[in-house]
Design a protein around this ligand. Structure first.
Ligand code: FES
Length: 175
């Protein structure tokens, strides 16, 4: 059985603890931080959880980035959250996506690029590489770069984040 706890810690941040009552066989144990920062639940709370002999399987940090209404359909917008992460959030056919706002080819800002809703792609403004915003995969490179070396054309995939839309219209990303 899995229980999710959402603890509102401050205006923008929520910590989500997935806790299971299964026996302690998993290697994925959470170690209480020795110097907990303001973003962690109180040591008192963590101790309570340990006393109940629950295993904490996953701890995810969810950041509130914006409201659903802030992102128009078939459009995108960038946000800098309090971890200094620059995040791009967009919506294609009412489905949201989120990724790092840096092109994995040469780190140009993706928010300067062009969203192609019919193809689920974003085209980077710098060299025109096109990435699928839902899979992160590089899908095409403009023909003009065909003679460039393989090393130059090499690119990682987009760094994608899960997007969670809550009923009250808040949009969170899972960093
Ligand atoms: S930096 Fe984006 S395609 Fe080269």
């Amino acid at each position: 059985m899995i229980i999710s706890y959402f603890l509102t810690l401050n205006f923008k941040r929520v910590i989500c603890l997935y806790i299971t009552t299964a026996p302690s066989t998993s290697a994925a144990h959470y170690e209480e931080p020795t110097t907990p920062g303001p973003s962690f639940p109180s040591p008192c709370l963590l101790r309570t959880i340990h006393m109940l002999e629950y295993n904490i399987v996953i701890i995810n940090l969810l950041y509130k980035v914006c409201e659903t209404k802030d992102i128009n359909n078939n459009a995108m917008k960038s946000f800098v959250i309090d971890t200094n992460n620059d995040i791009l959030i967009g919506k294609i056919n009412c489905k949201m996506f989120a990724c790092k706002n840096y092109c994995p080819h040469r780190a140009a800002l993706l928010s300067k690029g062009q969203l192609k809703p019919n193809e689920n792609k974003i085209a980077c403004y710098m060299h025109g590489f096109e990435y699928n915003v839902f899979t992160g995969k590089l899908e095409s490179i403009p023909n003009k770069w065909i003679s460039q070396s393989e090393g130059w054309k090499k690119s990682e995939e987009l760094v994608l984040y899960d997007v969670i839309e809550k009923e009250d219209g808040s949009v969170f990303v899972n960093i």
